[in-house]
Ligand binder design. Sequence first.
Ligand SMILES: [Zn+2]
Length: 434
Amino acid sequence: MHNWQFPPEYEQRSLELLEKALNSIPGYRSWRAFDPGPAYPVDRRYAAMPALKKKDIREHTPQGFVPFDRDTQAGLASGEINLVKTSGTTDVSVTNIWYQPWWDTAERASWKLNAYADKLATGSHPEAILSNPMNVGIISDEIDLPMEKRWLARFLYLNEKSDPLTWSPAFMDRMAQELDSFQPVLLEANPSLLAKLCRYLTTTGQKVYQPGLIVFTYEYPTLLQIKQIQKVFRCPLASSYGSTETGYVFMQCEAGKFHQNVESCRVDFQPLKKEHGGPDIGRILVTTFNNPWYYMLRFDVGDLVHLDSEGKCACGRSTGIILSAVEGRTLSATLTCEGKLVTLRQTDTALSALDGIDEYRLEQTGSRAYALYLVSSRTDRKRLEAEAAAALKNLYGNEARLTFYYEKALAPETSGKYCHARARFPINIEDYLQ
Ligand SMILES: [Zn+2]
């Protein structure tokens, strides 16, 4: 049993949020029926509540999560808040209420959880962003935008193309040249896009400007991508974990573990059943602090995490939940031949160990059937397949039927993010929770 330490105000904030949500926010009205009441400890009351899903936000519209004493129309009219739609197909896309001061406060609090970010991120530091413009930035698929059109305040957006498969060598040369001239203190990157740039820079033997820190956002960074990035960048890497709905939830410290951003959010952990990786692997539900406009309680971010079994970290930070790893999206979970849940991190550990592959995606097509899509310049395909088969059978079972496909490059999902593993049949994660 983990004995996490929280700051003294954590419980009080949790309690105030819960009572405000139950009493004055339309989206939580139906939750009152689950509340055991104020006589019970706050953790018990939270545990009795459902999880908030994207479909709940769609059903109530984001205005359903604004307290009665706030006027959404007036806030939108004055520009204090905005509506922000996340990209993707209708079942993953959602419109949220965006309050910039809340986001900035959460981001600044997260920097304290990494010594490099704490030292380098002053709030006025130059920052380059290599993202899919569908997630953040400016989309321009037809024409290339000059640097000044992508340079907003202290941010330089290195990519304006929604489809990274359209990147030409000249376009990637431009990114390297702009890193050299802009000299960002921080490079915030979508790991799949940075890995793609790094594969190109490695092939062409180019040296590039080294920022003080690279922060991964938007996506799970695979071990394969990290290897490719470290061939080009020698600076420290850190993963920042969060979402549009929840802000900055966990930050990877300089020692490699993930610390909860306790100033900005409450995290409730729901372990998987023992036979599926619990009790240390499980789902997290996030409750946001300090946002007077938009109340997210027990929001299901759709990811699995791994609690740190020691419950402490070499960096010395001891407040909040500590994770040894993020395990990846629940949508990227697959099943062994015997039906045991496999997280993306477990799949990635097996596949990233293969030599000479640029990209992979594993799709489970049946209970014992798996299709592996590979991008590789290796010509000894029989040997590559034997190595991949050994790695996958070790994880999924000897009865696994494997099919291999070779691609020139893999494309992101309609959301702009890459998917490295998935089952082509629904897996309801709630069936796997304790
Ligand atoms: Zn640490």
